[in-house]
Design a protein around this ligand. Structure first.
Ligand code: GLN
Length: 454
């Protein structure tokens, strides 16, 4: 109970950061009291007993509002609970509230929310990253112990990097997407944002595993937790472009080079690979995800969920006006782009071609990992930027995803670790990508790096 109250106090003290859209304070205190009762009764306790968790506002939790930070879901309440959340609750976690994000998880700065931007936990003049910016700030500013985000192209890892915490995108299919409001279904994954590797591993393990509601995950063996690394010496593959790309911030490059030197000094092997596909990754990602989004978001028509325009007079104007008034600019841009790339005369030139490039990226990623334990790249090419700096320039914003989209295109697990900072103290993330479904290896390598360098 006291723990919950402590987090509630922290949330109230930092309302200016705009990290939460809604805090379920009475309910969280009530759950905490019930958990206290369990101790008194000597009942068996779940493995997340009393852990206070915030959830991104695109996860369904029965009887609670969910809006995806969009006006179009105004007033909508979830009719069921996401599998991932139910599994946390079953282990005695306490859900404290829903966090602000970019509208429909589309963005890299959290400025696309219909409810105002979130501010960076370290420096409120800077963006927190996106789209799971509220979740990252909630963890970094101690408003909860763990937060859930979703990651379609970096939305967990990039805000984790910008706020100095850990963010994991699990393998595609590791965690059920049932109850996650879809952006791009073949990319989306739910994942944890935490202070420690142990917490990330535990929460991932609890959320993972087969779910008859999500057919895309049936092939994956269950995740067994073992954080101890089996190997003393490891091989890391560093992307040469991450050091030489013209868009790289000098401090990111210096930090990465220093980390490489330290790893070599510890006896680990570093190999370099060229990745000429790097500049194709962001365009491929945006062709495919906007195509999927244009289809997924067609259900928001003013008929079934949330917002319906008051000005509509018939069926067609209900659709048109509800969507025109309900969606923000970035969501509309992506629906239009996705509809364009799927249109019959553009399909071959864009959608089909991007599917082929995706396959090549998957194959190349697999090949690099055949001879290496992990790919080591920066999470982002720059530290957190100023609020407003990129919001008028969608292309500059899309390039913030340069290093994060690879793992979503390929399906591999990827983590961002807060291993270094700029000279002015802004956090930077190092990203590790391991083989498909090799979360255990990813956690054990991460633990080792955190022990050595934090
Ligand atoms: N920044 C990326 C985008 O805007 C990533 C979003 C995400 O992972 N949900 O699409």
């Amino acid at each position: 109970m006291q723990l919950v109250q402590g987090y509630l106090d922290n949330i109230n003290a930092r309302n200016d950061l705009n990290a939460f859209l809604e805090v379920w304070n009475e309910e969280a205190i009530e759950t905490a009291n019930q958990l206290d009762q369990k101790i008194a009764n000597k009942d068996s306790l779940g493995s997340l007993f009393g852990v206070v968790i915030a959830i991104k506002d695109n996860l369904a939790y029965k009887g609670h509002k969910v809006s995806n930070s969009s006006k179009i879901l105004e007033g909508f309440e979830s009719l069921y609970t996401a599998t991932a959340i139910q599994r946390l609750i079953d282990q005695d976690a306490i859900i404290i509230g829903r966090t602000n994000c970019d509208e429909f998880a589309m963005g890299a700065s959290n400025e696309n929310s219909a409810f105002g931007p979130v501010k960076n936990a370290i420096n409120p003049e800077l963006v927190p990253g996106g789209s799971s910016g509220g979740s990252a700030v909630a963890v970094a500013a101690n408003m909860c112990h763990v937060a859930l985000g979703s990651d379609t192209g970096g939305s967990i890892r990039q805000p984790a990097a910008f706020n100095g915490i850990i963010g994991l995108k699990p393998s595609y299919g590791r965690i059920s997407r049932w109850g996650l409001l879809a952006y791009a279904s073949s990319f989306d994954q739910i994942g944890p944002m935490t202070h420690s590797v142990e917490d990330a591993a535990l929460v991932t393990q609890i959320m993972s595993g087969a779910d008859s509601q999500d057919a895309s995950m049936s092939q994956i063996p269950p995740l067994e937790l073992d954080l101890k690394s089996k190997k003393e010496k490891m091989t890391f593959s560093v992307m040469r472009e991450a050091i030489e790309h013209p868009g790289m911030d000098a401090e990111v490059v210096v930090g990465l080079k220093n980390l490489v030197l330290k790893l070599e000094a510890e006896g680990h092997t570093i190999t370099y690979f060229d990745f000429p596909l790097l500049d194709s990754m962001v365009p491929t990602y945006y062709v495919l995800t906007t195509a999927e989004a244009s289809s997924n978001l067609s259900r928001y028509s003013g008929m079934m969920y949330g917002y319906r325009s008051q000005n509509a007079t018939d069926l067609e104007s209900t659709y048109t006006l509800s969507r025109t008034e309900g969606f923000g600019a970035e969501v509309k841009r992506r629906i239009m782009l996705g509809t364009f790339v799927l249109s019959s005369d553009q399909y071959d030139a864009y959608y089909e071609k991007a599917q082929k490039v995706r396959r090549i990226i998957q194959n190349e990623t697999r090949k690099i990992l055949e001879n290496s334990d992990a790919i080591l790249i920066p999470t982002t090419s720059t530290p957190a930027f100023k609020l407003g700096e990129k919001s008028k320039d969608p292309i500059a914003m899309y390039l913030a995803d340069l290093f994060t989209v690879q793992a979503n295109l390929s399906g591999n697990p990827a983590i961002s670790l807060p291993l270094y900072k700029t000279s002015s103290g802004l956090p930077l993330g190092v990203q590790l990508i391991t083989k498909e479904n090799a979360e255990n290896e990813l956690f054990s390598i991460s633990q080792k790096l955190m022990d050595l360098y934090v």
